[in-house]
Ligand binder design. Structure first.
Ligand code: G6P
Length: 579
């Protein structure tokens, strides 16, 4: 992933770059760095960890590039932090993506006597540029990209040059245009406080930015026209508003988010015979709930696909398919690739996206925005619920059962009542936060929810958690059950209740501890569970909307007891723009 930014203008670049990086930190926070060209010298400030750590040093100069990293090749440390310079310190680059043939290129360069200062794939780019440079930076970049395989967006500066060059192939890069200054960045959020005029670069384009000009070329060096887009949204400044973490605040925002998302118009032309849901992570579980729901209500076949698998398995896609991409960021590389593949095959495409004007939002035939607002916590909560809400609306629309929306006001009240019992879940979490492993089980609509609950726990508390369809337990995972392996069972009063109930009995018979999420008034479940968290009764199809709340709070409180870095969990990033 990684976030990159470049500035050229009349102002001091340092603070502009660092504040831009802070907006891009959701893309990774393993290390950060700045390079600024000034008086024929490139000066570098690189740190391990957060962008914040860059602030103790200020570099002078008006041309610079900067980077916040999510490690792919080479561990997170200062040596592997970007920007990288060549051996003569003439050039500096920042890179987002993966250079797949870097080993081969590294060997080639090593044979020519180049020595490397890092273990990254990215560093080879700067050495190639230095090698290919004669008297024109753009020409050196064009020559260099001919050698690169993989996905990238990178920016390069020369110590005495008056331009920044940015190249895009598979990773996002946007130009910001302003008076006597121009910008490059991984996304608009890093630029929006400086300009509303942007140029979204396409793949296989490079941008040559000077203080007063922007030129765009294709990879053959032919100049291309571009469209300047006016951004008509502002960056809502997300603040914790007294909550200990963004994640907790975002969990508590959910009743408002549902209300907001309810207003989104859903008018879908019913000109397809199958839906294919593609997504990654939490968004994919929203897609799986969509499969259960749409098939149940609208009787339309829905396939559910993990985007990273979908794209390489030669999927059968036809013109009769509607491919639905679900993504908070709208930038996830695998989901984007799946959409591109679908378009290539002539399928119709729909995006359920949170971030306005993101790449997937721009590329799909039709986009529905989820209106969750900025989600800062890396582990998705309110974006997930807003995706679910859109999926419910879609299912009602496709099945001509829009009257079901009438229940949502009541659901909102019930979610509020669950949120008001956060302390109850905290106590529950206290009893289990020292566990090393967890099982999560559910059937039918509760199965995708079990997957999401387990993912939340893994992501923020680093506790190993596995989710299974409750009925599948006996085919293997039940061997794991012991006093040390608690199970969280999602068992509301729905059509499969007696079946899940029996599965809980099977766990109890083997001395496993069980925490059940059950419907108020269900006294029987108390007899077979060690702990029960009751949720209010709702119409069967709506249980996912309310059962996800205790799962989120459970993971949150466990992670808080463990004193984990909840909003920025280790090894993760919010937007994953590498494969
Ligand atoms: C990352 C995030 C997850 C998210 C997934 C998909 O792995 O850490 O929280 O669910 O990407 O992201 P998207 O932006 O496509 O919803």
């Amino acid at each position: 992933m990684c976030g990159i930014i470049g500035y050229i203008g009349e102002k001091e670049a340092n603070d502009i770059l660092i504040s831009g990086l802070e907006k891009l930190e959701y893309r990774g926070y393993d290390s950060a760095g700045v390079a600024i060209a000034h008086e024929s010298q490139i000066k570098i400030n690189k740190v391990k960890g957060r962008v914040e750590n860059l602030k103790s040093i200020t570099i002078i100069g008006n041309i610079g590039i900067a980077h916040t990293r999510w490690a792919t090749h080479g561990k997170p440390c200062q040596e592997n932090a970007h920007p990288f310079v060549d051996e003569t310190n003439n050039f500096a680059i920042v890179h987002n993506g993966i250079i797949e043939n870097y080993l081969e290129l590294k060997e080639e360069l090593s044979r020519e006597g180049v020595s490397f200062s890092s273990n990254t794939d990215s560093e080879i780019i700067v050495h190639l540029i230095a090698k290919n440079y004669h008297d024109n930076l753009k020409e050196a970049v064009l020559k260099t990209i001919k050698k690169l395989a993989g996905a990238y967006a990178f920016c390069v500066i020369k110590k005495d040059a008056s331009e920044i060059i940015g190249a895009r192939n598979g990773s996002p890069l946007v130009v910001g245009i302003a008076d006597s200054e121009n910008f490059l960045a991984s996304d608009v959020s890093a630029l929006i406080e400086h300009t509303k005029k942007v140029v979204y670069l396409n793949d296989f384009q490079i941008a040559e930015l000077k203080k007063d000009s922007c030129k765009v070329y294709n990879f053959d060096g032919v100049e291309e026209n571009y469209e300047i887009k006016e951004i008509n949204w502002t960056l809502e400044k997300a603040q914790k508003q007294g909550y200990k973490h963004f994640m907790l605040k975002e969990i508590f925002e959910q009743p408002d988010i549902i209300r907001e998302t309810m207003k989104v118009p859903i008018a879908i032309e019913k000109n397809f015979s199958r839906i294919i849901m593609v997504a990654c992570g939490t968004a994919s579980y929203a897609g799986l709930i969509g499969k259960y729901l749409i098939e149940k209500l609208a009787k339309i076949p829905v396939t559910y696909e993990i985007a990273s698998e979908f794209r390489y398995k030669e999927p059968l896609i036809s013109k009769e398919d509607l491919v639905v991409a679900i993504s908070q960021s709208g930038e996830t590389a695998d989901t984007l690739a799946a959409i591109r593949l679908a378009k290539e095959k002539g399928a119709k495409t729909l995006g359920i996206i949170n971030v306005i004007d993101s790449t997937i939002a721009r590329e799909v035939d039709k986009v529905i925005y989820t209106r969750a607002g900025p989600e800062i916590g890396v582990a998705s909560t309110k974006a997930f619920l807003s995706q679910l809400m859109i999926i419910y609306k879609l299912a009602f629309n496709l099945s001509d059962q829009e009257e079901l929306l009438e229940y949502i006001d009541d659901i909102i009240l019930k979610i509020k009542s669950i949120l008001s019992r956060s302390e109850e879940i905290k106590e529950l979490a206290h009893n289990y936060y020292l566990s090393h492993n967890f099982l999560y089980i559910g059937r039918n609509l509760s199965f995708p929810l079990a997957l999401e609950g387990a993912l939340k726990l893994k992501e923020i508390s680093y506790i190993h958690a596995e989710a299974y369809p409750a009925g599948e337990l006996k085919h293997g995972p039940i061997a794991l059950v012991s006093e040390e392996m608690p199970t969280l069972a999602i068992c509301p009063k729905d059509a499969v209740y007696p079946k899940t109930f029996s599965n809980i009995e099977e766990i109890k018979a083997r001395e496993g501890k069980v925490i059940s999420i059950a419907t108020e008034g269900d006294e029987d479940i108390k007899k077979i569970s060690d702990e029960v968290f009751y949720v209010p009764e709702v119409k069967e199809i709506f249980y996912p909307l309310i059962c996800c709340i205790p799962l989120q709070l459970f993971a949150y409180h466990i992670a808080d007891f463990k004193e984990c870095d909840i909003d920025k969990p280790r090894n993760l990033a919010k937007s994953v723009t590498v494969e």
